[in-house]
Design a protein around this ligand. Sequence first.
Ligand code: SF4
Length: 325
Amino acid sequence: MSLLQVRNLVVEFPGRRGTLRALDDVSFEIAPGEILGVVGESGAGKSLTGASIIGLLEPPGRIAGGQILLEGRRIDNLAPVEMRKVRGRQIGAIFQDPLTSLNPLYTVGRQLIETIMTHLPVNPAEARRRAIQLLGDTGIPAAAQRIDHYPHQFSGGMRQRVVIALALAAEPRLIVADEPTTALDVSIQAQIIALLKAICKDRGAAVMLITHDMGVIAETCDRVAVMYAGRIAEIGPVHDVIHRPAHPYTAGLMDCIPDMAQDRERLNQIDGAMPRLDAIPAGCAFHPRCERAFEPCLRQRPELSGAGATRSACWLHMAQTGGGA
Ligand code: SF4
């Protein structure tokens, strides 16, 4: 059974000039132990999808349709107090800025020990032992001493390791990591990504990794969902999506990955910008930027459908498979 199921998720923002739809019919699953990457430009809806899953959607944003199930249990309609328990115990969260997850006034040990004792049936001595172990597992040297330090006494990379330790403290089944390496130096980024991967493998935790960086996805994930204008444009195994992108937007993102093999940066940009929520074009939302757009793209929205090993929302392959508009 899937660990996480997101079914037809719709998120809306009511405003004075009407309601804006920020996520529209988003569906995907994550299996136990799997790393699913969610990629797209800023404004695509990746972080909103993550926030919906962890129950931290900023008002006035609201889930207006669909369901989110964790281990078969609906979590999108839980009372805040119940959702807080799920978030601590079953879902761990890692954000771009470690300081949003850490209280500057308390030692990291206190924060870890409190989290462990809130969610697991252990005494303070055992919780401290586990906290030291977690800090060591996440690559913090001299963990037995560092446990009594405050967040500001750690470097950015070490702080993000503390946040990962905190996210793992209650032994969650799912970790939602939103741009966990974006604020870090490139060399530290690679270490944090390697750490997330190893933890996922060792502990059997699933990870939803939200990033704008297709390179990070390529190195880390089993599957990837590419988002555009609040919908999934393409989803499938990373290898297939990267080497045989079915959707022109995915192909454009691939062109944005620095090409190390040629020892130079091949940073093509996709012309144009992601549409604003109040100006999403009719038909395929990508059509104003798509070099391959043809007549059906302008009038009817393509739904996700099979395109080889992946699923893609594009009229090109739907026309090839006989699913034309
Ligand atoms: Fe381009 Fe049309 Fe495919 Fe949209 S549906 S990505 S406009 S070819």
